[in-house]
Design a protein around this ligand. Structure first.
Ligand SMILES: Nc1nc2c(ncn2[C@@H]2O[C@H](COP(=O)(O)OP(=O)(O)O)[C@@H](O)[C@H]2O)c(=O)[nH]1
Ligand SMILES: Nc1ncnc2c1ncn2[C@@H]1O[C@H](COP(=O)(O)OP(=O)(O)O)[C@@H](O)[C@H]1O
Length: 419
């Protein structure tokens, strides 16, 4: 755990900083990790740019502008920063909306270390902090025409608040009834390739001559809503997702026979003869890989649609469910932090002291960061923030959760005690 860093806009007086590092001209927060000093914010006046990061390398005596992966947090009136675990910096934005106040800048996590090695540059990665834990996603693969889309549609229709579809990007042209942003994000190849290079995709693959990919955002928006994410991706995509350690259930759908697959593909009538031929050639390879690779946890034969759907529901533990209850109803919202706040850290708990003119309002919050999960390239999940009463006269003295004095205090969905 690291030291507490100076607040944004406040003067920085640290004698351990090198002479070449002129603290007077620094406008952001300063966090030292080994021989590097991370200056966060204060560098750009362009509000659309997001919070920027610069690194002062003490041993080289020079500045670096790192490759910044992930979506940058929007600029704000200021922020506090604290180093966690020597590998990431917690950023608490001031005067920002509750779902946008907690961010992590990863500086030396395994993900960042891997990217540094690959890119040969300094790398940092942003990850947004959210409360909700993500339910296990479901990856569905199988050859073109086997019935993946049909099964997924049935699942979404019956369990709209439980499942959310990961909307992939693709460079293929939309089919007649396909809607941009619903079935796919239809993209230009050059812009999609750039976004892949910028680290915005969990996986991508060339399938039947087109580029397909799952953006990190596509999966995270579903998880943010407390829903279970369903991915319809090819075998290569499933393999990439497995290696990037997304804890998911992997299901492969097979046709009852190759002839039946061909019949369904032709009957769908969405492809030209040339495309049908290409898809059938690829189906042979996919079926071999799907059945033999050990990649998939379950292999389902889609012979009779209704029977296959019931089997799918069973293995997802949904038989007998009504289809209306979300798996995890927790919201992603955190506390709205006022502009005036300062932070301190004790035993993986961040104490946030808020300046408030209203004496009746709680002004001390705890952010428990002891059981964080995930992180870049996705969200950092499992934030737990709650209000405490610093003046509570508890037996063991010191800071104590408000409800140790006054059991049964009402909390909102975020664990915040309602005043
Ligand atoms: N790797 C990967 N494959 C995808 C993605 N989205 C769709 N696919 C796969 O791309 C293939 C072609 O999809 P599509 O053109 O919609 O045709 P369909 O298979 O006949 O429905 C299918 O195997 C999909 O599972 C993605 O984001 N990543
Ligand atoms: N079990 C089944 N029996 C007969 N036809 C099916 C079955 N499952 C799906 N289909 C049909 O096969 C075609 C291809 O299904 P689709 O869901 O588009 O496949 P995929 O998404 O795997 O490419 C569709 O016309 C669909 O209605």
């Amino acid at each position: 755990m690291g030291e507490i860093q100076a607040d944004f806009f406040e003067g920085v007086g640290d004698d351990s900083l090198p002479f070449e590092f002129d603290t007077q001209s620094i406008d952001g927060t300063i966090t030292t990790v080994g021989d590097k000093i991370y200056v966060i914010g204060g560098g750009s006046n362009d509000e659309t740019d997001g919070i920027d990061v610069r690194i002062f390398n003490k041993s080289k005596g020079k500045w670096d502008v790192p490759t910044t992966l992930g979506t940058k947090p929007a600029q704000c009136k200021g922020h506090s920063a604290v180093l966690l675990n020597n590998d990431r910096i917690l950023i608490l934005k001031k005067d920002s909306t509750p779902d946008d106040c907690t961010w992590f800048l990863e500086v030396d996590t395994p993900y960042v270390r891997e990217k540094k090695e690959k890119m040969g540059t300094e790398v940092v990665a942003w990850s947004k902090g959210v409360k909700a834990h993500a339910p296990k996603p479901i990856v569905i693969s199988g050859p073109s025409g086997v019935g993946k889309g049909t099964l997924i549609s049935k699942l979404m229709k019956e369990f709209p608040s439980t499942f959310g579809f990961s909307v992939s990007h693709t460079t293929r042209a939309p089919r007649e009834k396909e809607v941009d942003g619903v079935h796919y994000h239809f993209a230009e190849r050059t812009s999609m390739e750039k976004e892949i290079r910028d680290g915005k995709f969990l996986e991508s693959a060339s399938v039947h001559g087109n580029l397909y990919g799952t953006s990190i955002e596509a999966v995270e928006v579903v998880s943010d809503a407390g829903k279970r994410c369903v991915l319809d991706i090819d075998v290569q995509g499933a393999r990439s997702v497995r290696t990037c350690s997304l804890d998911a259930i992997y299901i492969f759908i097979c046709p009852p026979s190759f002839e039946e697959l061909e019949k369904r593909l032709r009957a769908r009538g969405t492809e030209t003869e040339e495309q049908v031929q290409k898809r059938l050639r690829n189906a042979k390879i996919e079926l071999e890989e799907g059945k033999s690779s050990g990649l998939f946890d379950h292999i389902l034969v889609n012979c009779d649609l209704e029977i296959c759907y019931q089997t799918l529901k069973k293995l997802l533990g949904l038989d007998g469910c009504t289809g209306t209850t979300p798996i995890d109803g927790s919201s992603v919202k955190n506390v709205e932090l006022p502009n005036g706040h300062s932070i301190s850290e004790v035993n993986q708990k961040i104490f946030i002291h808020c300046v408030t003119a209203d004496p009746g309002k709680k002004n001390l919050f705890v952010l428990d960061v002891s059981s964080l999960k995930g992180g870049a390239p996705g969200r950092t999940r499992g934030l737990n923030m709650y209000a405490i009463d610093p003046f509570a006269n508890c037996l063991n003295g010191g800071l104590k959760e408000t409800n140790c004095l006054n059991g049964g205090l009402e909390r909102d969905a975020n664990g915040i005690i309602l005043t």
